[in-house]
Each structure stands twice: as C-alpha cells, then as structure tokens.
Design a protein around this ligand. Structure first.
Ligand code: ZN
Length: 370
C-alpha cells in the first residue's frame, strides 16, 4: 500500500509496512493494487507493521482512531477557511500518545499527549466531555456528602432553531437569559446550586441550528413539598417555561424539560450527569463526508462559540467546584478517572504511539522502561 499524503505543512509521509503472514505491501504505481507481485518487487525491504493502539476501558474500545481521523477532516476545513494557524494545531493534535500499561491486565493509562485545545477539535472535545463528566460527578458526590438533603433536578431549556448567521445573536440572548433566570426571585428561593452546559446541534435537512442549555440544579428535598418554593412544570402551569421565556424576553413559549430524580441511586444519577455534561457540539453534526458542508458548519460554529463559557457552576456547586479546581474548563485532558488508578508500582513502561497519517491509525513506535 502506498501512502503518499501531503499534510498541512506541505510535508509528505511515505510508509511501507507489511503485516506478518500477509502479502507484502509496498510502494506502487497508483493503478496497481497492494499485495501484487508488482508491489512486492518495489518493496523488498518492507518491515512488519508495528502494533496498533488498542485502549480499552471497562471493555469499551476508546475511540482514539475515529476521533483523530475527524480532527484531520476538521483541520482541512479550517485550512479552507484560511485559518491556517488553527488548522495546523488541530492537524498535529494528539499526534503522539504516551501510555503506561499494567503488565498484569494489559490495561493502558494515558500519561502524555499533545492536545491542541482548539474549541472545535474533535479529539479535545471528546477528552473534555469525559473530564467534565468526572468533575461534575465529583462535585455532586461532595455536595450530597456534605448535605444529604440535596436533590438534583435536570433541566433542558431551549429556544427555536436559528440560521448559522443568527447563531451568535441567539447565543447572546440565551446567555443573558440564563443570567436573569438564575437571578430570578423564585429560582433563587428554590435553588441551592447549579451547573449548566451549552449544546448546539445542527439539523442537516433544515440547515439550521438548535442551541439549548442542559442544567443540573440542586434543591433541598423540602422543595417538592413547600408551597411558594416549588416551581411547577406541568403543561398547563409551567412556571419554569414562563421564567425562561421572560428571562430571554421571548414572544413565544419555549420548550423546556424538567426532571427530578427523587428516588436516587448512584447509577441513575450518573446517567443524568452524563447527559448534562456531554459535548457542546457532536462531531457527527459538523464533520461530514461532504467537505463543503463541513466547511460551512465549522465556520458558523467557530464564530458562534468563540470565547463562550461552554459550562459554568453556580451557588453551592460553584463553591465545591472551586475547592477542587473544577470551575474552569479543564486544562488537564490527560488524567481522567483517577479513582480507578492502576498500581503504579507495577507499571514500569512508557509506551509511545504515533499517528501514522498515511495508514490513518496509531502505531507503537517506542518503549521506555523506567
Ligand atoms: Zn485537539
């Protein structure tokens, strides 16, 4: 197989590998197939293909490869938009990954990586969503440990869909709306703390955007039985929708969804937390096979999300988040669930995987014992 890929910098990478037992693959003319005698002739010194990266957490394959492939598509779109600096950063994002591996279980743990932290980077957003989930889970655990009477309620606050051009103004309106909502007399009376995250989805059929907030709010369990404190959300008397409408100064009734998790057990709580702390934008919404479409959406989202606070904490949850340094967008995208650490004393190897731009996968390139 020939891999002649020009990257953003105009460099060219050629890789000639063969898999043990498989037909030798090598450099060849474009019209020839890999594995033919022709290929063999031109690749007499083909070397065995190095080990591909397999990283599993609780039996689930971690999506390093698909995420990296999409960062490359994103980089190309940014390049098209003339954002060459950003495109370059995204292109090289997580090009090298350094893991330790438990010799007993073979489980890997990421130790080093060069994440680019660009707002739309597919790889960085994946890491950030996992990190935000763990941080919010931790904040909630501490909050409920310190005050067992706290109960979470989950809100989704939407506005009507808008065009890409109107997205920045719609987000301005929603962010001001959120600030007013949290300052609203009734909300202040009911809520002890909150976490909110922005999500923007894209509708391909209608070519419009659907921005909405996911929020987790904590209330005292007496909230549900105290008149004048409890905020109704029945269809015929939806106080939450009314407050959201007036806060955003809308001339229509916005769609809202409010759920209380009264019969709490950890699993269910976690599921809701995961829903609140998910991606701001799903890569499937903005990375398409159709390159022109990708360029268009990347342009609209890039402008609209520039310098926005994608998530924020308030009240008692903010105090805890500050205490554990989770109140800002995570800087560390390497260490995730540190509660399930492997025994460091038996992991004594650093294994380096590098992204191969031609073969489009991570391959083991080096190992260090320490
Ligand atoms: Zn990145």
């Amino acid at each position: 197989m020939q891999n002649l890929i020009g990257n953003v910098n105009g460099n060219v990478t050629i890789n000639i590998y063969s898999t043990p037992g498989a037909p030798i693959q090598g450099q060849m003319a474009p019209h020839r197939e890999a594995g033919t005698e022709f290929a063999q002739e031109f690749a007499p010194e083909a070397k065995p293909l190095p080990e591909r990266l397999v990283d599993e957490i609780r039996g689930k394959r971690q999506p390093w490869r698909p995420k990296k492939k999409k960062t490359i598509k994103l980089s190309k779109a940014m390049h098209e938009l003339g954002q060459s600096k950003k495109a370059n950063r995204v292109w090289w994002c997580s090009e090298e990954l350094v893991f330790t591996e438990c010799p007993e279980t073979g489980k890997k743990k990421l130790r080093m990586a060069n994440f680019c932290r660009e707002r739309l980077c597919v790889m960085c957003n994946w890491r950030l969503s996992i990190k935000t989930f763990y941080q919010l889970s931790q904040v909630m655990d501490i909050a409920q440990e310190e005050n067992p009477n706290l109960v979470p309620i989950f809100l989704t606050l939407t506005v009507t869909n808008c065009s890409g051009d109107d997205l920045p103004a719609t987000l301005d309106m929603m962010f001001s709306g959120w600030a007013r909502l949290t300052e609203h007399r009734r909300v202040r009376k009911a809520i002890k703390g909150w976490f909110r995250a922005l999500e923007v989805t894209y509708n391909k059929e209608k070519d419009d955007y659907h921005p909405h907030f996911h929020a987790l709010m904590v209330v005292d369990k007496s909230y549900f039985s105290t008149r004048g404190v409890y905020l109704h959300h029945e269809k015929e008397n939806n106080e939450w929708a009314h407050i959201w409408r007036t806060s955003c100064r809308l001339d229509y009734d916005p769609v809202t969804d409010i759920r209380a998790v009264r019969n709490q057990h950890e699993g269910r709580n976690r599921k809701h937390v995961a829903e609140v702390a998910k991606y701001t934008v799903k890569d499937t919404d903005y990375i398409h096979e159709d390159e022109d479409l990708t360029v268009k959406i990347v342009n609209a989202l890039g402008k609209a999300l520039y310098r926005r606070r994608l998530f924020a904490y308030g009240g008692v949850l903010k105090e805890i988040a500050k205490r554990i340094k989770a109140d800002r967008e995570a800087e560390d995208l390497i260490h995730m669930d540190e509660t399930s650490t492997m025994r460091e004393d038996i992991a004594n190897q650093l294994i380096i995987y590098k992204w191969d731009f031609g073969l489009a996968d991570y391959f083991r390139t080096d190992t260090f014992n320490y």
